[in-house]
Write a protein that binds this ligand. Structure first.
Ligand code: 5GP
Ligand code: ZN
Length: 136
């Protein structure tokens, strides 16, 4: 049994501000929000990340994002959001229980998207071929 903060939240061993719950999923406020209204959507079954989540569960998670994100936008009077799934500690994943971040955005909220690393001539061909070759 893994010691997982999100499993504890689902089991009500740790309190949370729930915004949605059904038989398979749970959604609640992130305790360190990027902006107010930042919501985490999680499956009730523990999987460590999106790549180790069965496709049907991942599909259900995305369906729920489509249902909850408009509510976040309305409630926070936001006109857009970033959808995030940090995968792997190098990418900033801190909790290894699959979760989607819905992060409402506001004009001049001070947040920035990631930077850019331009390609040298010819590199796009190499990189695209390498990725295409690995797709199963
Ligand atoms: P990650 O970096 O793994 O993609 O995101 C994990 C998120 O979970 C973070 O944004 C963090 O603020 C949130 N988080 C971690 N522990 C708790 C907690 O105990 N309660 C709530 N509501 N959010 C948490
Ligand atoms: Zn868990």
């Amino acid at each position: 049994m893994v010691d997982c903060i999100f499993c504890k939240i689902i089991n009500k061993e740790v309190p949370s501000y729930k915004v949605y719950e059904d038989a398979s999923f749970y959604a609640f406020l992130d305790i360190f929000p990027v902006n107010h209204g930042h919501v985490l959507v999680i499956p009730k079954t523990h999987y460590p990340d999106i790549l180790h989540t069965p496709s049907e569960v991942a599909e259900g998670l995305m369906r729920l994002v489509q249902k909850i994100a408009p509510a976040v936008l309305k409630a926070t009077k936001s006109e857009g959001f970033n959808l995030g799934m940090n995968t792997g500690s190098v990418a900033g994943q801190a909790v290894f229980h699959t979760h989607a971040h819905i992060m409402p955005r506001f004009p001049d909220d001070g947040l920035r998207l990631w930077g850019h690393k331009p390609y040298e001539p010819g590199q796009m061909e190499t990189v695209s071929s390498a990725i295409a070759h690995e797709i199963l």
